[in-house]
Design a protein around this ligand. Structure first.
Ligand SMILES: [Zn+2]
Length: 588
């Protein structure tokens, strides 16, 4: 069972893609279309296009494309049915009852419910006899009761069955609990056991208030110190951040990026809600892009130890590439933020605010780190520092920043600013252009690798598949020309299987008087949808005349009549002669 075309058309009609997208990104008009910085990959020049005439989008940078439903699926991390529900609700429409397969959506709802119940169970556990140690640990970290409640912190008892038994008594099945990653199968395979035990529990909550995962800190010296939920149907650790639900409402244009849950909680308690942390992994590009949706600036607040400094150096380019301004917090006396706030007692908030306000940006930080490698009391040391610093400045793509730091540098090493600028510009041209070219060609390689997976015959049959794609784009954009096309070419003439499948799909829809693209996002995988929209939107850049159409048809027929490698191997001389004779005739 599936949702009707009429219903989907109505949902799409009432949810204009440009309107929806502008809630997540800034769009500018370019001719009939809108362009903006892509919300699905980090970039500084816009390659994300919205085609207003058919409500579709395509990003030339990362190759993602689709309609308004695809957009919501990707940006809100929802499945197809959930995205349709989301849009229907937004437009004040009610979903038709029981007419669609929503088993995945139902499982996700059950996983949310199980997680919520588990969070309640853990929170209550903190105030039992068994939870005493955990509670006193949290209190030793100076957490107030209100903070513990606000974050829903808890305790998983030292038993392999406590949570399992509790949730089963509430009606959850083994399969649901396994899907939530709250339990796993025993080795013997005939039962399940708790995943988290004897740990302080930190629920991870998404932007809609759902408990999507947990982090658990062990109460003994056992390893691992922190255990997190693995990726599930509702959770992807590379795509979420701890406490983003609080940070989003902080009304600040900056986010403070911390190393751990306890830092985030301590900073929150000190009055700064805009702190987030990664979920037991190093910062990912997806997380940087996610942050860019809610802020313009990220203040990195990692520990002062070597690991923290390495993580800082790694995070800076990831954040900058997502278009964020980066500052790096330097906490005095090598403390971590949680420790720093605690040591300052009642003054914690003011002291933290002070270092926040006096934090330099990432370039200050990087120059400072660089300087510490050289002996600045010798001429040689100064010169070596200068040449490294020029390299650093030339890697920036902001002329104002370059100018500001050239002045600082000139003063520092006592040379003319103009000569620094000159050298930076020289180096800059090279690094900037090569970097951009490399980034772009890497992205293009990724897109074409994805294309090859979707249509594996494409590489070998590039002439045929290009003509097929052009023909499909023509048909979708000119459905009234179906009778003309139908008379001249058959699905069997298509050379590549994927394109044949697309042709048959659109042919059938148009034949049945249906709008060709309405249900593409329901009927194909996410990568296939991107590929389809790549094909369909390319119509704007290829020739759409009837002469061009005839040419596409001719190429496909030419190519499909060519014998395959196997045919050639097994063909007799006589058969080959016939083939070439036919080919000559068809070209006359
Ligand atoms: Zn993109």
């Amino acid at each position: 069972m599936r949702l009707s075309d009429d219903f989907i058309s109505e949902v799409k009609y009432r949810n204009d893609l440009s309107d929806i997208a502008s809630g997540y990104m800034t769009l500018k008009r370019r001719g009939r279309n809108l362009v903006g910085l892509c919300p699905f990959h980090g970039e500084k020049t816009p390659s994300f296009n919205i085609y207003t005439e058919n409500g579709s989008f395509y990003c030339f940078g990362c190759g993602v494309g689709g309609d308004v439903i695809t957009f919501i699926m990707k940006i809100e991390n929802l499945d197809y049915i959930e995205a349709v529900k989301f849009l229907a609700q937004r437009a004040g429409m009610s979903m038709p009852e029981e007419s669609f397969d929503d088993s995945l959506s139902k499982l996700r709802t059950r996983v949310f419910e199980a997680n919520r119940e588990a969070a309640r169970f853990f929170y209550a556990g903190l105030y039992t006899k068994e939870g005493e140690n955990a509670l006193s640990y949290l209190r030793s970290r100076a957490l107030k009761e209100s903070t513990i409640r606000h974050f829903g912190l808890g305790f998983a008892p030292d038993s392999r069955f406590a949570l399992t038994n509790h949730l089963k008594s509430k009606g959850f099945t083994d399969a649901e609990l396994i899907a939530a990653n709250l339990v796993f199968k025993t080795r013997s395979g005939n039962g399940v056991v708790d995943r988290f035990y004897n740990r302080v529990m930190f629920p991870i909550i998404d932007l809609r208030g759902n408990v999507i995962a947990f982090g658990g800190r062990i109460m003994t010296d056992q390893k691992p110190k922190y255990l997190n939920t693995s990726d599930t149907v509702v959770f992807s650790k590379s795509n979420n951040l701890f406490s983003l639900n609080n940070a989003k409402n902080a009304g600040s244009k900056s986010l403070i990026l911390c190393e751990g849950y306890m830092d985030v909680i301590a900073i929150n308690q000190a009055g700064f809600q805009n702190a987030v942390a990664t979920l037991g992994t190093a910062l990912t590009t997806e997380q940087a892009i996610l942050m860019k949706r809610y802020c313009d600036e990220v203040i990195i607040c990692y520990d002062s130890d070597e690991a923290g400094q390495k993580a800082t150096a790694r995070a800076i380019p990831i954040l900058r590439n997502a278009g964020l301004v980066v500052r790096v917090l330097n906490i005095p006396d090598g403390k971590d933020p949680d420790e720093f706030i605690r040591k300052n007692g009642d003054n914690g908030t003011a002291a933290f605010k002070n270092i926040l306000e006096n934090t330099g940006n990432d370039i200050d930080y990087r120059l400072y780190k660089l300087r510490s490698n050289f002996d600045m009391n010798t001429t040689q040391g100064k010169l070596s520092y200068l040449s490294e610093a020029i390299k650093l400045l030339s890697s920036l793509d902001n002329a104002v920043e370059q100018d500001v730091y050239a002045s600082k540098l000139a003063e520092e090493v006592n040379v003319e600013k103009s000569s620094i600028i000159e050298q930076v510009k020289k180096a800059n041209k090279k690094t900037y252009v090569t970097r951009r070219k490399k980034e772009f060609s890497n992205l293009q390689k990724e897109i074409s690798a994805r294309d090859d997976v979707i249509n594996p015959q494409r590489k070998e049959k590039i002439r045929a598949s290009t003509a097929e794609e052009n023909l499909i784009a023509f048909l979708v954009n000119n459905p009234d020309k179906l009778p003309y096309i139908e008379k001249r070419i058959q699905a069997e003439d298509f050379v590549t299987d994927f394109n044949r499948k697309l042709y048959v799909y659109f042919f059938d829809r148009i034949k049945n008087s249906k709008e060709p693209l309405t249900t593409v996002s329901a009927d194909f995988t996410s990568d296939e949808v991107s590929k389809i929209y790549k094909i369909v939107t390319s119509y704007h850049s290829v020739s759409g005349t009837m002469t061009a159409l005839d040419e596409y048809i001719k190429i496909i027929k030419d190519e499909s009549s060519k014998p395959s490698q196997e045919d050639i191997k097994s063909a007799s001389d006589e058969q080959m002669k016939d083939f070439f004779k036919n080919l000559r005739e068809s070209h006359q």
